[in-house]
Design a protein around this ligand. Structure first.
Ligand SMILES: Cc1cc2nc3c(=O)[nH]c(=O)nc-3n(C[C@H](O)[C@H](O)[C@H](O)COP(=O)(O)O)c2cc1C
Length: 353
């Protein structure tokens, strides 16, 4: 239902995005998009580039008087650091980045031709797209939040902060784990009828596409591997009374190890996703590499870089989750017009009550 494309190099003139499939009749303000872009730029451990940039979306199409037309929504985010033509050639690829594999794949002799697009600067476009999807989902009281759970094996906020400072002092970088939770979802998004319609698979694909993400789990995730079925499956209850029981009417669960998805379908509980981000690959104390011009041992290039971006990664993942859920929602309740979708949603809720 929803399709998108992004374009733009890290130090190019601008980043671009086109989102197609948003229904007509949704009120969208650039300020709402900018708020999310600002969240992506923040977080303890970010480098100097984020002090230079001030990401703001200029909406180019898809709206009239602030309301969506059902046509593709295009927007642009200008790069303040527009310097791509002046930047020097890079010949020392960084271990852990796209540099060497991209260079060999595309036949370049300058690593910069790879890193300009492989850079996670691209994710600003995705966050803008996700912001529009969040605005749509909010019409149905669906909210998506994220938080950092651990950094470098530390769990308290003070210890996490210290770990980032330690990495910074050592000219090193550090990774961690964040969690994304989607609340207020109906049962019935996604399907088991084809592999590519499974909601868990679609969420995993989107989150794994964020640069630096190396693992994801839904609900209990890896914890299932060390449990008996009797201990972990979320037992089903039904509350016949109109009065709320355990916060619920109708069917309900007391646990949510499934992370809100069973059989590739949302089951009405919160969707809970955790993902692991590896340490940033650009180190100020660079790792060993090979000069691609001389084939002699060298140190990897040092680019201006972040130390730790777990908070930002969580915001980017929220955007991905918003896109996937909005897509599945439109599939289930129709597209084209917001009022039609609301009507279909209400009818469905009445049926499954
Ligand atoms: C928000 C964000 C910011 C990032 N900043 C940097 C950075 O400053 N330097 C760097 O080397 N990698 C950075 N990365 C990670 C690289 O983009 C990523 O490791 C690289 O594209 C290779 O992809 P892979 O790690 O998925 O293999 C960042 C990732 C995210 C999500």
């Amino acid at each position: 239902m929803l399709r998108f494309l992004t374009a733009g190099e890290s130090h190019g003139k601008a980043l671009l995005a086109i989102l197609e499939g948003m229904p007509a009749g949704l009120k969208v303000e650039a300020g709402q998009i900018n708020q999310e872009l600002k969240r992506r730029q923040a977080g303890f451990g970010r480098g100097r580039r984020m002090q230079i940039e001030k990401d703001e979306a200029q909406i180019l199409s898809g709206l009239r008087k602030g309301i969506t037309l059902g046509s593709p929504i295009a927007f642009l985010i200008e790069n303040k650091d527009f310097s791509i033509e002046k930047l020097l050639k890079v010949t020392c690829p960084r271990p852990g980045h796209a540099d060497l594999a991209g260079l060999l794949k595309y036949g370049f002799t300058d690593v910069r031709n790879v890193l300009e697009r492989a850079s996670a600067r691209e994710t600003a476009s995705r966050v803008g797209i996700g912001a529009i999807c969040k605005i749509f989902l909010k019409e149905f009281n669906i909210r998506i939040i994220s938080k950092v759970l651990s950094i470098g094996g530390e769990f308290t906020s003070e210890a996490m902060k210290n770990k980032i400072l330690e990495a910074k002092d050592n000219k090193d970088t550090v990774g961690g784990i964040f969690e994304v939770v989607a609340k207020g979802l109906p049962c019935g998004l996604g399907s088991y009828v084809q592999p590519d319609r499974r909601l868990d698979a679609r969420l995993a694909e989107n989150i794994m596409s964020i640069p630096g993400i190396k693992a994801i789990e839904i609900g209990l995730g890896l914890g299932y591997a060390v449990s008996f079925g009797s201990e972990v499956h979320d037992v089903i209850y039904y509350n016949k009374n109109k009065r709320l029981l355990a916060g619920r009417q109708g069917y309900f669960r007391k646990t949510n190890n499934a992370g809100g998805i069973e059989g590739g379908i949302s089951n009405g509980e919160d969707i809970i996703i955790r993902a692991c981000m590896k340490p940033i690959s650009t180190l100020l104390k660079p790792l060993d590499s090979v000069n691609i011009a001389t084939l002699k041992p060298t140190k990897a290039v040092v680019e201006r870089s972040d130390t730790c971006v777990l908070e930002a990664a969580g915001v980017i993942a929220e955007s991905g989750v918003a896109l996937v859920l909005a897509d599945a929602f439109l599939e289930k309740f129709g597209a084209d017009n917001l009022l039609d979708i609301k009507k279909a949603y209400q009818d469905y809720q009445k049926r499954i009550k």
